[in-house]
Design a protein around this ligand. Structure first.
Ligand code: FNR
Length: 192
């Protein structure tokens, strides 16, 4: 390995005390040395409209530049009304424009969804994947991560239960392998 892969970690909840962010912090802590994971914030992004893009808001420019600097994206999200929270969808839209200048193009990605309930955010997870197909982001297929009853993953504080640690570690290692694979293929494609 020559250098670390930079990963943008995008959290779909804007809530103080968010379970999703706690989960994302746990994933970052478990990430192997090949990944350099950092949060990229989305809470200050104005709602997307082409009108604003004539003079893009500073937060849009900041966000687009931060994504341009990374090699991969890890989305960690709750589910709102069986779909992607509006703030996260807005961030996807902001990054996708102006036309033909999408910051997402070709970036390997993974999706983790969570819920306090039994279904683990499956709807949000797959609606997000639908956008990622269009944005040409190769998404890790397995293991899938639909985390149900998220509070049960933690042992009271920030600590993970042993089962949760095992699962999340397996997931983030698979993501690291996926990022290496996709980035290597991309290098070969540009060189070849
Ligand atoms: C929710 N919640 C929710 N949960 C779920 O499993 N499926 C759903 O469709 C919804 N819908 C939904 C809509 C809206 C508008 C809100 C605010 C919440 C509950 C949600 O999963 C719960 O609030 C999580 O704790 C949110 O994650 P954070 O904020 O703790 O990271």
């Amino acid at each position: 390995m020559t250098s670390k892969h930079r990963v943008a970690v995008i959290v779909g909840s804007l809530r103080k005390g968010s379970h999703t962010r706690k989960l994302a912090r746990a994933l970052i802590a478990l990430a192997p040395a090949s990944l350099d994971c950092n949060f990229v914030e989305i809470g200050d992004l104005a709602l997307y409209t082409e009108d604003l893009d004539e003079t893009p808001p500073t937060a849009w420019t900041r966000f687009r530049e931060e994504i341009r600097r990374v090699d991969a994206v890890l989305f960690v999200t709750p589910e709102y009304n069986r779909s992607v929270p509006g703030g996260l969808k807005n961030a996807i839209d902001v990054g996708s424009r102006p036309p033909f200048q999408s910051v997402w193009d070709g970036l390997p990605a993974a999706v983790v969804s969570q819920s306090p309930y039994k279904l683990g955010g499956f709807g949000a997870n797959h609606h997000l994947r639908q956008s990622l197909v269009f944005l040409n982001m190769p998404v890790l297929q397995q293991p899938e991560a639909y985390i149900p009853e998220v509070a049960e993953m933690f042992d009271g504080q920030e600590g993970l239960t042993p089962e949760a640690r095992t699962f999340l570690e397996r997931f983030v290692v698979a993501f690291a392998d996926w990022v290496s694979l996709v980035r290597a293929a991309r290098v070969r494609a540009t060189e070849g």
